[in-house]
Design a protein around this ligand. Structure first.
Ligand code: NDP
Length: 521
């Protein structure tokens, strides 16, 4: 987005912009538009502070990060209020989001040493005279580019893990949530006393500048389209990237599922945060035997949901005004192509708020089934069996999260869905388990935050082979003898020469997801 196009931008001469409350349009705060030079300077400051930070032990960094965690926790209400004002999300949702981020910070700080410190690995018979170790040093300075929909939880998935691994971080928050980004950097500085975490604010150009500013990795979270631009910019300097992009997550409901729980989870997954969740539920595939029961249960629960600015409202406004057009166009396209809205519809899209919308009979190649809607809408489709549910779930270019409600075949179905994460008999639960990796495949991106994989993402593997004693077989020398070659050949034959026998004949019959149905029918 250019400065002139951006409704939040003030004139370039003032070099500031306002963040606005999406419910009222009120100004929440005024922030600098950082230029290329200023972003470079921030990276240099971070590099300097990072020298001190990376020289600390894991325990020392844990102490600092735990102190920061304490400050965030004690000021949770203040942070949640700022999140509420910048995104419009209800206070309760903001508190939940920040609480989960705090839990991740605690896990990353407490586990970094265990995951990343030097450890011995087997050196093998051929190299038995060597001691082999691997460790994971930090990369240096990590640039984190974040979205507005979860302005604390999402960037902290990169920030907390990158810091715990020993990196410095320069964070570019979304233009819609700069205040939250500044709050995080200020509380860090206040607690730790060194500018290891810096924030730069502005629009897309500031994010682009961060890609060119000499960082050692970019952790990007945002749309797939911007992710491609970030990757192209980083390619020029061979700067590695993590791309956490959009999704089109599905729920699969099998015939033996707890229908009430499945309906509750599908509705919450579709409508919480006004549907503006990367792992939000946008599609549901339900076994034909329980379809009517499921739809009735979901509609009953949806009755009480409203999006407005009253204090008890479950759904806030659509944070980014231009998203309203996308949501409207997806609903319109579904209806034009034979779909029906059981609640909501095109009229559900207001000037700031979108009411929950449940669509059925929507063709699989329509926008509402294939493209990320990012609003409180969901399509529900009837399927013959779980094979069809899996096939349809996997038939999008995205592969972020997914959900299965089933008793007998839950794990089996989960294992066949092409997505980075799956919740069984729950929804988005994987995001709140710090030891699980978070990320997608396909157009949802690559690389991982959270868990041991998320710590390693911000490091590089460092292998060391140390000679313990002179080798029986000297291999890496021009003085290697013919006898040594023969002895090596004998050793390799002894170790690997026998091979394995591949069984012949017909394959054993496969188990099937329709077993239960066949037994019944
Ligand atoms: P955008 O892609 O519009 O923006 C993401 C960030 O990139 C913002 O900080 C933005 O700055 C910045 N940016 C924009 N242009 C560039 C550029 N050329 N170079 C570098 N940075 C740039 O996404 P949204 O903020 O609208 O976020 C919503 C998207 O994020 C959805 O698709 C959602 O699915 C996805 N998402 C993915 C998650 C995941 O973990 N997989 C989690 C949360 C959201 P500015 O805002 O100032 O333009």
């Amino acid at each position: 987005m250019t400065l002139t196009e951006n409704p939040l931008a003030s004139t370039e001469a003032t070099r500031t912009f306002d963040s606005l409350d999406p419910t009222t349009g009120d100004v929440v705060g005024t922030h600098p538009i950082h230029t290329d030079e200023e972003v470079r300077a921030a990276v240099e400051r971070a590099r300097e502070a990072g020298r001190w930070w990376s020289a600390l032990s894991y325990d020392e960094r844990d102490t600092h990060l735990s102190a920061w965690k304490g400050v965030i926790t004690r000021r949770l209400a203040q942070l949640a209020d700022l999140m509420h004002r910048e995104t419009g999300k209800p206070h309760g949702d903001a508190t939940l989001e920040a609480s989960l981020a705090i839990d991740h910070l605690a896990w990353a700080a407490g586990n970094a040493g265990k995951v990343l410190k030097r450890r011995k690995v087997a050196s093998g018979l051929v190299m038995a005279n060597q001691a082999a170790t691997v460790e994971y040093p930090p990369l240096g300075v990590v640039g984190v580019i974040g979205p507005w929909n979860y302005p604390v939880f999402t960037p902290m998935g990169s920030i907390a893990y990158a810091l715990a691994a020993g990196n410095a971080v320069v964070f570019k928050p979304s233009e819609y949530t700069p205040g939250v980004g500044e709050w995080l950097a200020q509380t860090f500085l206040e607690t730790v006393g060194h500018p290891v975490l810096q924030v730069v604010t502005g629009f897309g150009e500031t994010g682009a500048a961060l890609c060119h500013a000499g960082v050692d990795k970019v952790a990007f979270t945002g749309s797939t389209a911007t992710g491609k631009r970030v990757m192209a910019a980083c390619a020029e300097t061979l700067t590695p990237v993590v791309i956490e992009a959009g999704g089109k997550d599905a729920v699969i409901v099998d015939q033996d599922a707890d229908i009430d729980a499945a309906a509750d989870a599908s509705l919450w997954g579709a409508c919480s945060n006004a549907g503006q969740t990367c792992t939000g539920v946008e599609r549901v595939y339900v076994h034909e035997r329980v379809y009517d029961e499921f739809v009735a249960a979901l509609l009953e629960k949806a009755k009480g949901l409203r999006a407005d600015d009253s204090p008890g409202s479950h759904l806030g406004p659509i944070t980014m005004p231009k998203q309203l057009d996308v949501i409207r166009s997806h609903i319109q396209d579904a209806l034009d192509r034979g779909g029906r809205a059981l609640i909501g519809g095109v009229d559900a899209v207001g000037e700031r708020f979108v009411q929950p919308t449940v669509l059925v009979d929507v063709p699989e190649d329509s926008l509402a089934v294939q493209e990320e809607t990012f609003g409180p809408t969901v399509t529900i489709a009837k399927v013959r069996d779980m094979e069809e549910a899996i096939a349809r779930t996997n038939a999008t270019r995205y592969g972020l999260g997914s959900t299965v409600f089933a008793k007998e075949h839950g794990m089996e179905i989960a294992g066949r869905i092409r997505s980075g994460m799956t919740a069984v008999n729950g929804v988005i639960t994987f995001a709140a388990i710090p030891s699980l990796p978070f990320g997608g495949v396909g157009d949802s991106g690559f690389g991982r935050i959270h868990g041991p994989d998320g710590l390693k993402e911000f490091t590089y593997p460092k292998a060391i082979a140390r000679q313990r004693f002179k080798p029986m077989l000297a291999l890496t020398t021009f003085t290697r003898t013919e006898k040594a070659d023969q002895q090596l050949a004998q050793l390799i034959t002894m170790l690997h020469g026998r091979g394995t026998t591949i069984p012949k004949g017909p394959q054993a019959p496969q188990g099937g997801l329709n077993r239960r149905r066949r037994r019944r029918g």
